[in-house]
Design a protein around this ligand. Structure first.
Ligand code: 5GP
Length: 186
């Protein structure tokens, strides 16, 4: 049995996340009134975010899912982006809203937006729960962003630590991911 991960720092509480998700849903509902909205969620990280967002949307929407692989394991980036599961349907003519869990280097979103634009959607916007601008390698324009976070490894609310802890309703930094200087400091 693996040792349980210790919370090093609480980044976002459940209440804070839920309030912001409702605000984002309200804004998106307003912007997509009368449009043909197709929400494309990026698995696995966005599965909880998109489910909560969906329940607060006030406009009819279709949903599809992409699964990509951009990280090897734990906290190290593999640098490459691979589509593990493609969309089920064509996006042609749809107003596509791409929903991500976090933008870090931007490589995943850069790849996905290029891939989606090539499929001729009527429009394409990006919604990410988290934005970690400190590590950006390619510029990414986020149309909807939940929270900007510092350059720390975030876990919970869809984000994993070596495949686990996606089900935590809050977002935290594991104790073992804090730098020595951050440990024990408030
Ligand atoms: P990017 O291509 O922008 O570097 O990375 C995007 C993907 O890397 C995210 O969808 C996510 O799966 C993973 N990732 C980036 N930063 C974090 C983080 O702080 N925590 C976790 N769990 N995954 C991250």
């Amino acid at each position: 049995m693996d040792k349980k991960l210790e919370i090093g720092e609480m980044l976002l509480t459940e209440v804070t996340i839920q309030n912001r998700v409702r605000e984002l849903a309200w804004q998106i509902s307003h912007d997509y009134e009368g449009k043909r909205l197709l929400v494309v969620a990026v698995l696995k990280g966005a599965f909880i975010f998109v489910a909560d967002l969906a329940r607060h949307l006030q406009v009819p929407a279709a949903f599809d899912f992409l699964a990509v692989c951009s990280y090897g394991s734990a906290t190290a980036s593999s640098g490459e982006v691979r589509i593990l599961k493609d969309l089920d349907e064509s996006v042609e003519g749809w107003d596509v809203l791409l929903v991500e869990d976090i933008v870090d280097t931007g490589l995943t979103l850069n790849y996905l937006t290029q891939s989606l634009w090539a499929r001729r959607p009527a429009s394409l916007r990006i919604c990410s729960l988290l934005d970690k601008p400190a590590r950006r390698q390619v510029p990414v324009k986020l149309d909807y962003c939940g929270f900007q976070i510092p350059d720390k490894f975030a876990v919970g609310y869809g984000l994993d630590f070596d495949g686990r802890y996606r089900n935590a309703p809050f977002i935290f930094v594991p104790a073992e991911c804090l730098t020595e200087g951050e440990k024990g400091c408030d």
